[in-house]
Ligand binder design. Structure first.
Ligand code: NAI
Length: 244
């Protein structure tokens, strides 16, 4: 479904981002740049997929992003898909949330998405096509106790995405922007949650279990592909019915 496409996935070292990079590579992408700060977990990538390239990139580092995007453009002449997947949590009740934890989550989850999209979208607009997919969360639509910072960023990316859907297509460019809102997914981000929290969340999910990274990757694949060519500005919830 992604034959010949040049794709960038942030937070590609593990969890959802890693699965997206692998699914995109398996679906025929010409090149998938799996970008992350954590290069330890990236080491076996290139042995298994000749079309995945692990790139050390912090989504908060605007100079590094600029150099990376220029490099990709100079080499391939285009970027077809950007997946803004990198994200972190620093949870606490509002009364106890430090300014540092607020700033850190906003810097990565919100400004990091701004940084990447601001650099990549001109390449897509110039080429007249592209698909930008940003990981939101059900917490971005419904909120959650202890996640004021995270909820703000995940709601923020939905509004940015809707703005981009309008802005990037102004001169006829088929540059689409959409969000995916995962529910409760088995990744390193959720692995340390207490059993009782997991049981509670699974109980609230109509399909009765946590999702797999593959469930999110398949949604991202669809939005990235030309099969979703008339879909832009949307939020696709992939949550087993958790938020209806
Ligand atoms: P994860 O913690 O397993 O993986 C996140 C990856 O992002 C890590 O490899 C990490 O090194 C990377 N990363 C963190 N900061 C970075 C930075 N500044 N620059 C580049 N890379 C950076 O997380 P998971 O679960 O795979 O989540 C992926 C996305 O999906 C996140 O945006 C998360 O908020 C979202 N999400 C996850 C849910 C879940 O249940 N796991 C639910 C809803 C949303």
């Amino acid at each position: 479904m992604l034959k010949d496409k040049i794709c960038i996935v942030t937070g590609g070292a593990q969890g959802i981002g890693r699965c997206i990079a692998e699914v995109f590579a398996a679906e025929g992408a010409k090149k998938v740049f799996a970008c992350d700060m954590n290069m330890d977990i990236m080491s076996d990538y290139e042995n298994r997929f000749s079309n995945i390239e692990a790139v050390e990139l912090n989504v908060c580092d605007r100079d590094a992003i600029s150099a990376f995007v220029t490099d990709v453009k100079d080499t391939y002449g285009r970027i077809d898909v950007l997946v803004n997947n990198a994200g972190i949590t620093r949870d606490n009740l509002l009364a106890k949330m430090s300014e540092k934890d607020w700033d850190m989550v906003v810097d990565v989850n919100l400004k990091g998405v701004f940084n990447m999209t601001q650099h990549v979208s001109p390449v897509m607009i110039e080429n007249g096509a592209g698909s930008i997919i940003t990981m939101s969360s059900v917490v971005g639509t419904d909120g959650n106790i202890g996640q004021t910072n995270y909820a703000a960023t995940k709601a923020g990316v939905i509004a940015m995405t809707k703005s981009w859907a309008k802005e990037f297509s102004r001169k006829g460019a088929q540059v689409r922007a959409n969000c995916v809102a995962p529910g409760f997914i088995k990744t390193p981000m959720t692995k340390d949650l207490p059993e009782k929290v997991i049981a509670y969340m699974e109980g609230k999910t109509p399909l009765g279990h946590m999702g797999e990274p593959e469930d999110i990757a398949q949604a991202a694949l669809f939005l990235a592909s030309d099969r979703a060519r008339f879909i832009t500005g949307q939020l696709l919830k992939v949550d087993g019915g958790l938020v209806i």
